[in-house]
Design a binder for this molecule. Structure first.
Ligand code: FAD
Ligand code: NDP
Length: 367
């Protein structure tokens, strides 16, 4: 089976190559136009200072960066290095076509869209580092952020670290992980072991619909296993899936066990209403059961809700710490769309700009 990380690693490597080009362009642009702060120019410094540090690399982080850079805040952005197993660019790097982002009437590939976000951030002077922020200290001012080889002192911070796909645990789930079980149909679905074989997807949201529909290109049949008797997916996505002749839905069903010899050969699927157990012969199982917000690295320094999402003041992106803002899926468990993430990224940049004006932060002040 193609490991889940391979296509992601490939896209991460592709991005790293682009980073080098981007950094070169940035340095060239900087030397020929207005002089940037020394902190933003010298990538070798271990401690950098900035008026705004953005953590994340999806639509929220890059929209915030575009607005902040155009407002001449010279933001530093940490895009992560396979942070939470996702390539720089975020969740959209794991999907094929994005058909609901305005401006692309024919749709656009997820990876292409994230490349465009990144290019636009760079164009206006955002300094991007391909490192993961592992620790923060928001207890004193300026705020401190710690990455692999850099510490940043920032007058304001935007957290836009998004969310991560969830996995289920049952007998066999670990044994057959990457040997038939995956959490990314788009990454792994084309692997030879799935070709012309029956496959299954667990979930009832848009991801499950999208992944099941996608898998019909490769599998002989695709079962959607859902724990309830109705989907939460949008009507159009539901319709697309259930009207596909290769897809069959197993309602009120949960996976009790995965079995096989060297790779996955089947599942014991339990009907939660009747208690009966079905022996489902499948060679692939894909989790599409939602996401967890990427907030562990915050280590309790911001108020989180019971599901681990950053709490923001309604109508703003302000978190429990003044000067620290949050945008995108890391603070949104309801809408979770690229466009809503981008919208809140814009809000976070404007909120940060107002905060910096309020405290009288100026270029060079914190250097
Ligand atoms: P994310 O996209 O979650 O990105 C955050 C990224 O930040 C991480 O992935 C990682 O690279 C980086 N990061 C995380 N932690 C750190 C750290 N500590 N330090 C540095 N960097 C870090 N939405 C749509 O509107 N249309 C669609 O068609 C669509 N299709 C989807 C298909 C799939 C399979 C999935 C999973 C989601 C889809 N979505 C779609 C939802 C959409 O991708 C998300 O709503 C959106 O990407 C959220 O953006 P974000 O900016 O909050 O962060
Ligand atoms: P969702 O949270 O929307 O759905 C998760 C699904 O998994 C639910 O049906 C849920 O069941 C089920 N589930 C959760 N936990 C378990 C469990 N322990 N056992 C069995 N089933 C479980 O997540 P998605 O990833 O589908 O979507 C996230 C966001 O991304 C959404 O906002 C969606 O609109 C968006 N998206 C948009 C796409 C598009 O527009 N093209 C494509 C993909 C995603 P239950 O319903 O019973 O709670």
């Amino acid at each position: 089976m193609v490991s889940r990380c391979c296509p992601l690693l490939f896209s991460a490597l592709k991005r790293t190559a682009r980073n080098l080009v981007g950094a070169a362009l940035l340095t060239t642009a900087a030397s020929s136009s207005s002089k940037p702060s020394s902190s933003a120019m010298d990538a070798d410094l271990q401690t950098l200072t900035t008026r705004l540090c953005i953590v994340g690399s999806g639509p929220a982080a890059h929209t915030a960066a575009i607005y902040a850079a155009r407002a001449e805040l010279k933001p530093i952005l940490f895009e992560g290095w396979m942070a939470n197993d996702i390539a720089p660019g975020g969740q959209l790097t794991t999907t094929s076509d994005v058909e609901n982002f305005p401006g692309f009437p024919d749709g656009i590939g997820g990876l292409d869209l994230t490349d465009k976000f990144r290019a636009q951030s760079l164009r206006f002077g955002t300094q991007i580092f391909t490192e993961t922020v592992s620790k923060v200290d928001f207890s004193s001012f300026p705020f401190k952020l710690f990455a692999d080889s850099k510490t940043v002192l920032a007058d304001s911070v935007i957290i836009a670290t998004g969310a991560v796909a969830r996995r289920l645990t049952f007998p066999g789930s670990d044994t057959f992980w990457n040997r038939g079980i995956s959490a990314c149909a788009v990454c792994d679905g084309a692997a030879p072991i799935f070709r012309d074989k029956p496959l299954a997807v667990i979930g009832g949201g848009d991801s499950a619909m999208e992944e099941a529909t996608f898998l019909t290109k490769y599998g002989s049949k695709v079962y959607i296993i859902h724990r309830r008797n109705e989907f939460r997916a949008s009507k159009i996505m539901q319709h697309r899936a259930v009207s596909n002749p290769k897809i069959e839905v197993l309602w009120n069903s949960v996976v009790a066990e995965a079995y096989g010899e060297r790779s996955l050969e089947g599942l014991k699927v339990k009907d939660v209403k009747s208690g009966s157990v079905l022996d489902l012969k499948v060679s692939g199982l894909f989790f599409a059961i939602g996401h967890e917000p990427a907030t562990k690295f915050l280590d309790g320094q911001l108020e989180l809700d019971s599901d681990g999402y950053v709490v923001t003041k309604p109508g703003t992106t302000q978190t429990s710490v003044k000067g620290v803002f949050a945008a995108g899926d890391v603070q949104d468990k309801k809408y979770r769309q690229a466009i809503t993430a981008a919208g809140s990224g814009c809000m976070a940049a404007l909120d940060a700009e107002h905060f910096l004006q309020e405290i009288g932060s100026q270029e060079g002040k914190s250097e």
